[in-house]
Design a protein around this ligand. Structure first.
Ligand code: SF4
Length: 404
């Protein structure tokens, strides 16, 4: 019997072929590759685990409780940083920041978190890195890890989870909520069906926390959803093991980070150097296509530059058309939505969890949010303006000046 985890289910939902490579074929990835972001995640979890273990020790006779100072905590963080770096992991470099930036970020996260959570009067921490192993009603086993489990004075349990990412989840991304809520199903089996359970997510990069009580209706629906996922995966596994029919590929936003790209039919072009005769005919087209695309972009930029100069001139002369020999340029005005105050727009999107951290907000991004139905222009009426957008159209000049 398979024991499922959230990462197994989400891998399957993200791309069945990736699930096949990872969990059925158990393909070996050449080197274990990590990134500084992952190291930071690991360091913060270890440091906070140790912090709470010292404040709420399992054996208070042998280890009397103590609240470590910030400087002691930072020493631990630095010591573990060196240890992790010494281990022979391959670290994926990134052009966006230096390793020192990442570590300073971690220090800042700890400084903020420790100063905001220095009051221990209302709760006890029961366990850190608590391994959960439970069975869904359909008999499928499931496992996961709770970063920290607390209990309040009134017996309410709090499932705590730390996030170190620089992006907040969008309103439609409920994976974190689902994951923590499903643990409540297991905790109820351990602590009783009437236990009040809350979940708390700490977004350390933003100094934000999100807390909710896990309600019965929601939990029942969630359990049913995961029963359905695990049943489907179980059927797929059995069928694959018997028939070896390959699971389908599903291209997605994470393909660029997929460790199985070199085995994936969608990406074989980037790894193959032994091309068939047909492929050798097609390959030069890729370079040509890329070169043409670049040319189009260059021309587009030039076109925009010329257009703006001409429109400025026609406005200054109050002209609605402009003739040069056989060509007549016609100036017309359309109106479109504009957001003149970008910082206000950024704050608005941030508040509505639609702001992607690290990327700038542009009119095109806002337009795509509106198109995708994630943003209703009515909700941001106060910060948008209807502005005229001039357009300049060239046409053949049929009315030529009469010759003397
Ligand atoms: S590269 Fe993309 S499509 Fe291919 S296996 Fe990985 S996730 Fe699936």
């Amino acid at each position: 019997m398979t024991t499922y985890s959230f990462s197994q289910v989400s891998t399957y939902l993200q791309c069945p072929r990736k699930y096949q490579f990872s969990y059925l074929d158990r393909l070996k990835v050449k080197e274990f590759e990590t990134s500084y972001e992952l190291l930071l995640w690991s360091l913060i979890h270890q440091t906070l685990e140790r912090w709470y273990q010292q404040i709420f020790p399992q054996d208070s006779f042998l280890f009397p409780p103590k609240v470590p100072t910030f400087s002691e905590t930072l020493d631990y963080y630095t010591h573990h940083r060196e240890k992790l770096l010494r281990e022979s992991w391959v670290i994926r470099e990134t052009a966006d920041y230096l390793p020192e930036d990442i570590y300073h970020r971690g220090e800042q996260y700890l400084r903020n978190y420790l100063s905001q959570h220095a009051d221990f009067s209302s709760f006890s921490s029961l366990e850190t890195e608590k391994m959960m192993l439970f069975t869904l009603p359909n008999g499928q086993s499931f496992k996961g890890i709770i970063d920290r489990l607390d209990i309040l004075k009134d017996g309410t349990l709090i499932i705590n989870d730390y996030k170190t990412g620089k992006k907040l989840p969008t309103a439609s991304d409920t994976s974190y909520i689902n994951q923590l809520s499903l643990y409540a199903y297991a905790l109820r089996q351990q602590y009783g069906a009437e236990t009040t359970i809350k979940a708390r997510l700490y977004y350390l990069h933003f100094g934000l926390q999100d807390e909710w009580e896990i309600q019965d209706d929601f939990l029942n629906a969630l359990v049913a959803e995961y029963e359905s996922y695990t049943s489907e995966i179980e059927l797929t596994r059995t069928s694959y093991l018997q028939t070896k029919t390959l699971l389908p590929t599903k291209e997605n936003a994470f393909c660029s980070y997929c460790e199985y790209q070199s085995s994936c039919p969608l990406w074989k072009w980037s790894y193959n150097s032994d091309f068939s005769a047909d492929e050798q005919v097609v390959l030069p087209l890729i370079d040509e296509y890329s070169s043409l695309t670049k040319q189009i972009w260059t021309h587009k930029k030039q076109l925009e530059y010329h257009k703006n100069l001409l429109i400025d001139y026609m406005h200054s002369q109050q002209l609605s058309s402009f003739v040069s020999g056989d060509i007549i340029l016609k100036l017309s005005k359309r109106t479109g939505i504009d957001f003149p105050d970008i910082p206000r727009l950024e704050a608005f999107l941030h508040e509505h969890l639609l702001r992607e951290q690290g990327s700038s907000v542009t009119r095109f991004k806002v337009a795509s949010l509106i198109r995708e139905g994630k943003l209703d222009p009515k909700d941001c009426r106060d910060i948008l303006e209807n502005n005229p957008y001039p357009s300049l159209t060239p046409a053949n000049n049929k009315r030529k000046p009469t010759e003397e």
